[in-house]
Design a protein around this ligand. Structure first.
Ligand SMILES: Cc1ncc(COP(=O)(O)O)c(C=O)c1O
Length: 412
């Protein structure tokens, strides 16, 4: 008689594994949106945008912020402001959303993929150093899913090689490293507020920095060259060669985000509790582990939470089979993770338009992507839900022989 529900055993979780409704909706925010609508100040550095920029920067320990249309153009503007030009190389981790690699490409620079650390899944600082050439001008560490990249080591390597650092914090709103907010450690920090993120206004993005000159340049770049605070008639010419865009966000987005910022700290604390429950649930199960938090990260954000089925016990068992076994138990542990960017179906660069630091393959990233399953942050809002998910993963991971049998039956 099988234990696993996918083979006819008893289902573990008939209810209670539901995700949080996301993005959040509440009447305070609806009221605030109405006020913005009636004010008629919908864009062009509106009071709502200014207020959100101040509050978001302060939360993360930065002096300046520039609010924008999304978290791809934030990366692009940060790199432009830092002087990245055609022919330069920019180091990016192999495991991220493709925007991290496309931003340098849009500027005519070459993205160079660096393999990841097997425990944090973030860029490996030693492999980063090995990938540097005379053309390398910048690095974009990504605080991916539920871990913070090793900022201490990455900043040390970057400084030794005179590289600019743009932290991609699209997965880490509100996370702290060694006592200060993520995004405030590099030259610029970039965040996305797209629909699925842990702070969301449908679309949106922000750059934060402690460097006034960079902040001013980024502002010019997103606002077609107008300086902050100057009206149309008072425009002065942007610096020569700085070709500016319209990458503005709106007051509506800023109002939604201001409300979400008020609860960010508490939400992060609850994610941490749920993550601890999930780690404990599988701590003594052989062959499965979880993505580890960043070494000096406290507290840390969680865009998602990942399990790695990379022990001998799971050799030959596909992650699709594990995914189906979890769903049959009543918890949607997804296929998890983006995989190596250069293997993504939508990544359309020719092979000669990017480089892989270690040659032809980022071994750790490719191998672990095939062994990785995860849940999105929506499952971390209630520790009781995390507990049920932990029980499901524990049950499934404790039956590798049944999983193997399921794989065989699936193939017939
Ligand atoms: C790591 C990372 N960087 C950048 C982005 C780009 O953000 P946006 O979708 O707002 O352009 C995303 C979005 O999914 C992301 O996950």
């Amino acid at each position: 008689m099988a234990e696993l529900a996918v083979l006819g055993g008893e289902k573990l979780c008939s209810e209670g594994c539901r995700p949080q409704l996301w993005p959040p909706r509440d009447l305070n925010t609806a009221e605030r949106l109405k006020e913005v609508y009636l004010s008629g100040k919908w864009s062009f550095n509106s009071p709502e945008e200014q207020q959100f920029e101040r509050d978001f920067a302060a939360f993360h320990g930065a002096k300046y912020a520039v609010f924008m249309a999304n978290g791809t153009v934030t990366l692009e503007c940060a790199l432009t402001a830092l002087g990245i030009r055609p022919g330069d190389e920019v180091l990016v981790p192999a495991l991220t959303w493709m925007a991290t690699a496309l931003a340098p490409y849009f500027l005519g620079a070459t993205p160079v993929f660096v393999d990841i650390n097997p425990e944090t899944l973030c860029m490996d600082p030693a492999k980063m150093e090995a990938a540097i050439t005379a053309k390398t001008k910048a690095v974009i560490p990504v605080h991916v899913y539920g871990s913070t990249a090793d900022l201490e080591k990455i900043l040390a390597v970057a400084s030794a090689h005179h590289l600019a650092v743009v932290e991609d914090c699209a997965h880490m709103h509100g996370g702290f490293w060694n006592g200060r907010g993520v995004g405030s450690w590099g030259d610029v920090g970039s965040f996305s507020f797209q629909q699925s993120k842990t702070m969301s206004s449908g679309e949106g993005g922000i750059c934060i920095t402690n460097n006034q000159e960079l902040a001013e340049k980024i502002y010019l770049l997103k606002h077609i060259g107008y300086q902050r605070g100057l009206k149309q008639g008072q425009a002065v010419k942007a610096p020569e060669g700085l070709i500016c865009h319209n990458y503005r966000g709106t007051a509506f987005q800023a109002a939604i985000l201001s409300e979400q910022l008020k609860t960010l700290h508490d939400r992060i604390r609850i994610y941490g509790e749920s993550a601890a429950i999930l780690r404990a649930a599988i701590a003594d199960v052989p062959g499965v582990r979880t993505q580890l938090p960043g070494r000096l990260a406290d507290p840390q954000g969680y865009y998602s939470f990942h399990f790695l089925f990379d022990g001998e016990e799971f050799r030959g068992i596909s992650k699709q089979a594990i995914n189906e076994a979890c769903i049959a138990e009543g918890a949607n542990i997804g296929n998890g993770g983006h995989g190596a960017v250069y293997q993504h179906v939508l990544f359309n660069l020719r092979r000669d338009e990017y480089r892989i630091g270690s040659g032809e393959r980022c071994d750790v990233c490719e191998d672990l992507s095939a062994r990785m399953l995860g849940i999105s942050h929506e499952y971390l809002y209630e520790p009781a839900v995390a507990r049920k998910i932990g029980e499901v993963v524990r049950k499934v991971a404790s039956h590798p022989e049944e999983l193997r049998r399921y794989c065989r039956e699936r193939q017939r």
